[in-house]
Structure formats: C-alpha cells, structure tokens
Write a protein that binds this ligand. Structure first.
Ligand SMILES: [Zn+2]
Length: 977
C-alpha cells in the first residue's frame, strides 16, 4: 500500500482537526488496521519531536488479587523488549538525544510519553512502539522494579491528597473497582501473591496480552516531518501492535450514577449522605463536598460543570467565598470537577479552607454551600444563559490568542483527549464551548445532584482526632464516618445570615485584541533584547514590545528593592503578612480579572518585593492601577483578616516539617550556603508574637527607601510602559514619603564558595540532621558540587556534566540498586552560582550509605566516561545544546527568560547563544574529563543528610553537627555577577 494513496483516502474520510488561527502546525487523524487511533502533528520548525500513547486500561482493571498491577506494568514496560532487550535502550537513547520520558497510571488509562531531538524521533518511536508489541518483563527486572513501586508508595504514604483519595476509595462499594488500591506495594505485588502461589511476572504478561490492545489505544506523534512521512512511520512501526480487545474494559454495564438511586456510583449503597471527619498529616483545616455526578465527558461541547464550577468557585460579592469571608470562616475556596472520573461517573467538588472560626461553624459552612446551590436552582438553568455566554466569549478570546504548547505537552494532551472526545475537537474542547447554543438540560441535571443526600462531606482537621475510630487499610488514615444531618445543612441564606447572589457581568473581558504598531521602526520577527527606557536613582525600566509572538498579551514585572523586606526572619514575616493582607483586599475585584485572563502576583523576594501583572493587554492597565492603589493605601484594618492570614502562614511553616525528606535536605543546603537565608523554623519562632499593629507600622518603614527595577514586555508601547511603571513609583513615593535607595544596599544575596573556603579539602562538607517528621520512613541526601558563578561558560560546563552523568547514575542507583523512587543527578543553579547536584530519597539506606553509593557510582561513571567514543560524546554535546536552546513557544516564556536575567542582575539576554557557543568550543572527551576532575572533587562538595527517625533508632549514627552560622562567618562568598 503506497502512503500517498492512503493519505488521499484519509483526507477524504477523516475529520479535520479544529485548531487556533495562530497555530502553524499541521494535524491529521488516522486509524490503523489494528484499530489504533492516532493524531499526527507536523511542525517543521520544532527542535523536538514527541509522542504519547494512552492505553485505555488502568487501575480499575487490576486483578482482585494483585492491587497495583497496572501501575507496576507501567514501570516494567520501559525495561526491555524482545527487539531491544537491553533495559537501558530507551533511557540511554533518549538521554543521548536530549530527550525525556515519563508515564502515569489512572483509573482507566495508562499514559506513556517522551520527547527527543527531532532528528531522533524515528529511532525512539521504534523502541517505544515495541513496548506495546513484545515487552520482556524479565524476572530480574521484575524483582528489582518492585522496590521502585514500593518506594513510590512510601513517598506517598504521608501525603494527605493520596491518603484522602484512598480513604474515599476504600470506603466505597466493594462491588465497584473504584474501591481498589492502585499504587501497589511489595505487600500487594510480592508478599501476598507469593503466599497464594501467584507468579507476578506471569500476571504482567497476561495483563499485557489481555488489555494492551491497539483498538483501545490512542497515539499522538509530533515531528518535523511532513504529515505523509509521519503517517508512513506510524503505520509501519505500530502495525504489529496486537488487537486483543475491541473495547475498553467496562466495569459496570449498567453504570449509571443517579442521585435518586441509592446504588449510585462510585460510593455505592449508603455511601452518600455521609460525613467523614479525617485526621490529616499536615496541619490542614478544610471541608470538602464530594458529589458523585453523571459522567460529564459526553457533554464536553456544552460543559455544564464549567458553568457551575465558575459560579460555585466565584470570589466576588454574592459568592459562597465572599459570604464565608464576611463571617471570617474561610480563607479560600475552589469548585469544579475533581479529575477523579471514569466512564461511569464524575465527582464535582467544592472545597473550602477554613479559619478556626470556620471550623467551629463547619456545619454552617456546609449549609452555606447548599444554600447557594438552592439559590442557583431557584434561579433555574435558563437564567444562567448569560453566564454561559460570558464563558463562551472568554473561550473565543483565549482560543484566538492561544499560543502553541511544547511538543511533549501537545502530544500528551492530544493522546489523552482522543480517548474521550471526537478527533476534530481534541485541541479545542477545553477552551471553546463547541455547542451551537446553550443547553440548560445538562446544567439542570448536574444541579439536581448537588444535594445533601448525594454528598460526601470531608472535614479534614487535626482537631477531629478525638473522634476518629477507624483506620484506612492502605495508608492508615484515622477517620470517623457518620450519616450527614440533612436538616442541619438545609438552611436558607436568611437563616444563615449570608448574602448570596449570582455574580455581576465581568467588565475585564477584553474587547480590543489588536496588536499595537511597533515603535522605533523595528521589524516583526526581528529579535532584539529589552532596552532600558528609564534610568534614574529611583527607576530602572526595561522594555520590549513584542515582535515575535503576535499575541495581544503583555506582562509588567517590577522588583521593589527594599532590603528591609529580608533583613531578618521577623521582617520576612511582616512583609509576607502585609502582602497577603493586601492580596485579600484586592481579591473580590481582581477575581473578575483573573476569570478574564488577567493575573496579578505580589510576593516577597530576598531583595524586596515583586509585583507582576500579566494577561491581555487591553484591560491590563486597569488591574495594575488597582494593585498600585492598594500598595499605596492598603486598609490593613481587619483584625480577623490579619488573624486568618497569620494562621495560614503559621500552618504553612509548621507543614514544612511534613515535606518530603529530600526537601528538608535541600532547605539545609540553602541555609548553609546562602547568605542570608531564613528557614521556616526561624519564621515560625517569631510569627506568633507579630500583631496587626506591627504590620501597619512596618509598611511605611518598608517603603521609606526603595528603588524599582522593572520589565514591561509584550503588546505595550514604550510610552505606555513608562506610564505604567512611573504610576507605581510615584504612588509609593507620595504615600510613604520615600527616598531612593542607595545602589549598594540593593544587592542580591550571595553564596558560600566551598572551594575557596576549603581549599585542598579531601573530604566533603557534611551537614546532617534528624528528620522532623517521625512518621516518615525515608532518609535523603542533597549533594552539590559547586562550579562557580553562573556564566555562559560555567553553565555549559555543569550542563554537559549533568547531561553525561544523569542517565547512568539513575540506572545504577535507582534501577539496579533500588535505593529509592527519587533519584536524580543533574546540573542546577543556586542564587547566581552553578553546580552539579544529586538527590536521593530512600527508605532502605541511611544518608551516609547513600552518599557512599553515590560516590562509588560516580567513580564508575568517571571511568566509563574515559572510554566514551567521539560519536557518543558529540551526541551528548548536541543533546545539551538542544536542552538549552529550545525556542520560546509563548510570550510568557520569553518574559520569564528576560525577567530572570533582570531579576538576577545578570543581563545576558543572549545567554542561550553564548552557552551554545561555549558548548561548540568543547572539542573532545578530554575536555569533559578535565571539567569532571575540576568540579567533582571533595573540596567543592557539600552533602546534606536527612536521617529518618526509624533509621536512627535502628542504629544509624548522625555525623557530628556543623554550626552553620559559624561556618558562614568564616567562609568566602562568590562575587556577584
Ligand atoms: Zn510509578
């Protein structure tokens, strides 16, 4: 069969994929003889190729006796096939060609994806396709990879979202496979099956043979080749995929969720109308309503859940959140589909972050949500047509201005969307409303489900611990369950003394999407860096009018440099409190802007404060004006808002103790090496003593001396940029009688130079601590080898080292030694310096043993590097060049790149081409080895050990403590750029 004949047929019968007007990629939908459905995407300008395959089977199909089998299979698939038996074939070929890969397992889908240098796409596709034809699942790899799955579960054990989700599953109807445990562990995939005489490898082969069928898989491939070439490739490589099943597994033939049916999915008979009090690991305080509803995927053209999610999640006057905030009961709220869904059901959730007062009135909080649902029902679905129309208008604007995504993201979303929507809609359905007109019926049906008799209420708080009388089977979550008191949560708005109404029309929806004429005679497409258009002791303003992306968007980024912001833990806390209270004051107004694609951000920074406003340029000035007005004249008059924000921050600092162990090790690295760096513990120690009056008194001092450095980028002229930034500096100066900050006081933080501080040292610096979470069984190390101030040359050096070490280190430490799920050795950056860094988290070895394993692995890798062929070497150089030089695909990416240079005061706007030039200058493996021997030495190395309490109890010994403050006092610091 000639490919041109095939394509002619295809063109005549297959649907045309709807794409944004600015999207220059070509798309084609095809079906193979074995039933595989695929979307081909041709983008001749792309540096990378990408592919994703969504296999229409997942955790729901795990055999009863082997929980986690589908997920385990996902891990095993990479580790060798009949055609490519070497278990590193996929990972090492990817790495050589600058690629990356991953996979995930859901209820009814298992999704595999990779990207790679465009010329290597065919080579990778050939390896990838074999996963679905003839995987080996060797006995050896099966035994080892089980440790990775077990370690993944150990990593999730202390994470509340995993615990809560599994609690909802475990307490569901046993007749429906939603109730299963999907991750799997050594217990479910090794110990128990061994006792029952089950061979897990046989089960993997059987599962693959039964379910991995071409007819239930969807594929997306993006490459630089023409559509005809891509089609020929896909047809050839995937033709051997067997068709063992014609349809996705069905879990309940009569699978219908009906709020009036007590047997409704997925929670089962008696499973709704229930209240759960759940004890979290973190210091969380929330209440969430989970409504099982009819599947929403069939309504993707009218998106009823988007309409109701928009209303329930609104934050303006009359909304649920505004009503709860007026009572000081809540600090945040979200609403919409949970993402937990199968062909049989969806779950609509409304989730509220509670204050202490909100917790004391949690029944009324829940009642307020039902009162809002009653109000919307009373208005009737027909009255929501204008809301729908507004969402339709916004969807059109954002589709028209939609910028392309990275190849990997595109392939991933197209492949998974193709499982659920018509091929022609895979790109458009999540942005546009594709129906011809508003359809009130699905909205009515969905609204009917949002009732007290069809809900699970999850109250998550440490305060419920005394009530808990049960433990979840897989995660050990403590909880209590009882029937919901329907009368108690069924009250009118008047009884609750709250104001509830539909939102007013949104005035932020952009009406003018025209691109402004380029100033100064610059040509479209001609690249140039931002230029300084104002430079005074008070304001330094960089500007670039977009000439590349042709999108009606813009960003204003301002750093207000004021050293007081980060002068002490107390200053940081005061700055953060002030920022959070100002954000609260802006919220009901700015929420409309957010809905209309305009965002603002306020955050503290080691040099002061960062203000960012971005989105459609049409209404951007209005939002900026509002933000500036609040910065200059905040009310800061509500004790209850202050207490709520202080409580949120206190719990965030407390919850830092519950972070993953490797994050603690990273925090220790920052505290030891960056001057100054304030830790969550230091902030926690003082936050309780801070009062509202302190915040009020602090703000004038914070802004008494400041200077601004700003970037305005996008669809904005120089004059408009100047007006925007000057309005901010003028407003602050007038409000706080400020004077310009002396330039010397406006400098960034600096980093300890280990090599200069410890010249000739033969042992690395080791800083060890005991993990603060006694329930976490994992230890971790975070190790750095410093390589100096970040310059293009230094970046080329560590980048190439990370590139050649990454894959062999992962293979040795994770795949072979199975030290833990989190293993990574790569290049990194720390406050203007560069390094190679290693992260390992492990429940089987203590940090000293991890460090020793790392050193041993690196010694072997160093020996192997000496043997590297010239060809392999040049592939690595090319892969690294690709990694640094991938073109910005969206305006916001370019903004981030420019702002990174300005914010870090480096101003190397052509950094990419300088790094590429430095890589081009690397001529031989010898140069690489010389770099290795220069960087990867003990004098440059610092290892941060985090010991799990259980390992210390079992006999692991912490090394002697290092006094971080004394160490920093005596250390040399890297110069600033
Ligand atoms: Zn996994």
């Amino acid at each position: 069969m000639s490919s041109s004949a095939t394509c002619a047929d295809t063109a005549s019968t297959m649907p045309t994929i709807l794409k944004p007007p600015s999207d220059s990629r070509d798309y084609r939908y095809i079906e193979l003889d074995n039933g595989l459905r695929a979307v081909l995407i041709s983008d001749p300008s792309s540096e990378k190729g990408a592919a994703a395959l969504d296999m229409g089977v997942g955790q729901m199909s795990d055999p009863e006796e082997l929980p986690g089998l589908a997920h385990f299979l996902e891990h095993m698939l990479f580790l060798g096939t009949e055609k490519y038996p070497d278990e590193t074939a996929y990972s090492s070929t990817l790495k050589k060609h600058g690629g990356s890969s991953n996979a995930y397992t859901q209820f009814e889908d298992t999704v595999y994806f990779f990207d790679v240098a465009a010329p290597a796409l065919n080579e990778l596709l050939d390896i990838f396709a074999q996963f679905f034809v003839a995987p080996l699942f060797t006995a050896d790899a099966t035994g080892r990879e089980l440790n990775a799955v077990d370690s993944e579960h150990a990593k999730n054990m202390q994470v509340d979202v995993w615990r809560t989700m599994q609690l909802m599953r475990t307490t569901s109807s046993e007749d429906y496979p939603f109730s299963k445990f999907g991750t799997g562990s050594k217990e479910t995939l090794e110990t128990t099956p061994a006792e029952a005489g089950i061979d897990v490898r046989d089960a993997l082969l059987a599962f693959h043979a039964k379910y991995y069928s071409a007819a239930i898989a969807t594929l997306a491939v993006l490459g630089t080749e023409s559509l005809d070439e891509l089609e020929a490739t896909v047809r050839t490589k995937f033709a051997a995929m067997p068709r063992t099943a014609d349809a996705r597994p069905v879990h309940r033939a009569d699978g219908v969720v009906d709020s009036t049916n007590p047997d409704s999915l997925p929670f089962g008979d008696g499973g709704v109308g229930q209240w759960f009090s759940v004890v979290p690991v973190a210091d969380a305080r929330s209440v969430a309503l989970w409504f099982p509803v009819l599947p929403c995927a069939p309504h993707y053209k009218t998106r009823p859940a988007s309409v109701l999610g928009h209303l329930f999640g609104h934050e303006s006057a009359g909304s649920i959140l505004a009503a709860l905030k007026a009572k000081d009961w809540a600090t945040g709220l979200s609403a919409g589909l949970s993402g937990l869904a199968t062909a049989d059901f969806d779950i609509f959730t409304v989730s509220v972050d509670l204050t202490e007062a909100g917790e004391a009135n949690v029944t009324e909080v829940v009642a307020t949500i039902f009162a809002y649902a009653d109000m919307v029902r009373a208005a009737g679905p027909a009255a929501l047509e204008w809301v729908y129309d507004e969402l339709v208008a916004m969807g059109k604007v954002s589709f028209a201005a939609k910028e392309p995504q990275a190849p990997l993201k595109t392939a991933l979303s197209v492949a998974s969307n193709l499982q659920r929507v018509a091929p022609e809609d895979v790109l458009a359905f999540s942005t546009l409303f594709l129906a011809d007109a508003y359809d009130p019926e699905p909205v009515r049906v969905l609204l009917e489900s949002l009732t007290p008799t069809n809900v699970r209420v999850l109250h998550l708080s440490k305060s419920v611990a005394p009530l808990a009388n049960a433990e979840e089977r897989w995660y050990g979550t403590s909880y209590e369950q009882h029937a919901l008191d329907v009368a108690a949560v069924s009250k009118t708005a008047a009884e609750l003394e709250v104001e509830l109404s539909l939102p007013t029309p949104n005035l932020f929806i952009p009406t003018n999407l025209e691109l402004k004429k380029l100033a100064g005679g610059a040509e479209a497409g001609e690249t140039y860096a931002p230029v300084v258009i104002a430079d005074t002791p008070l304001v330094k303003l960089w500007h670039k009018q977009d000439n590349t992306f042709a999108t009606p968007k813009a960003s204003v980024c301002v750093k207000i440099k004021t050293p007081l912001a980060y002068a002490s833990p107390r200053s940081v806390v005061l700055t953060a409190l002030a920022i959070n209270m100002i954000k609260e004051e802006l919220n009901t107004y700015a929420y409309f802007a957010e809905v209309a694609g305009l965002k603002f951000a306020l955050a503290y920074d080691p040099q002061g404060m960062v203000v960012q406003v971005s989105g459609y340029s049409d209404k951007l000035p209005q939002l900026l004006e509002a933000v500036v007005g609040k910065l200059a004249a905040p009310a800061l008059d509500s004790e209850s808002v202050f207490l709520a924000q202080r409580d949120l921050m206190t719990r965030a600092y407390l919850n830092a103790r519950k972070q993953q162990p490797y994050m603690h090790a990273f925090q220790a690295a920052k505290a030891t090496l960056i001057a100054p760096e304030w830790t969550p513990e230091q902030k926690l120690a003082i936050i309780g003593s801070v009062k509202l009056a302190d915040v009020v008194a602090f703000l004038p001092r914070l802004f008494a001396q400041f200077s601004l450095e700003a970037l305005v980028h996008g669809n904005v002229t120089p004059d408009e940029a100047l007006v925007a930034v000057t309005s901010l500096s003028t407003a602050l100066t007038e409000a706080y009688c400020s004077v310009p900050l002396a330039a010397e006081l406006a400098q960034p933080r600096r980093v300890v130079a280990l090599g200069a501080s410890r010249p000739g040292a033969t042992a690395p610096l080791v800083v060890a601590e005991l993990g603060p979470d006694a329930d976490n069984a994992n230890s971790a190390i975070y190790t750095v080898w410093q390589a100096g101030v970040n310059s293009p040359a230094a970046e080329a050096k560590v980048g190439l080292l990370g590139q050649v070490i990454n894959q062999p280190a992962f293979h040795e430490l994770r795949t072979k030694q199975q030290l833990g799920y989190i293993v990574d050795v790569s290049s990194s950056e720390m406050e203007g310096t560069v390094c190679v860094r290693a992260v390992i988290q492990s429940a089987v070895k203590d940090p000293a043993a991890l460090d020793a394993a790392l050193d041993a692995a690196l010694a072997d890798i160093r020996a192997e590097l000496a043997q590297m062929s010239a060809e392999e070497f040049s592939q690595h150089v090319a892969a690294r060049k690709l990694a640094v030089s991938e073109r910005d695909k969206r305006l916001a990416q370019e903004t981030n790149r420019f702002w990174g240079e300005i914010s870090k005061e480096r101003y190397v706007f052509d950094r990419v081409s300088q790094v590429v030039a430095a890589l081009d200058a690397v001529s031989s493996v010898d140069q690489l080895l010389a770099w290795y021997d220069e960087v990867m030495v003990p004098a440059n190395k610092a290892s941060f050990y985090l010991y799990a309490a259980a390992m210390v109890e079992a006999g692991a010994k912490l090394p002697a403590a290092v006094d971080g403050v004394a160490f920093k006092r005596g250390a040399y610091l890297y110069p600033l750029p």
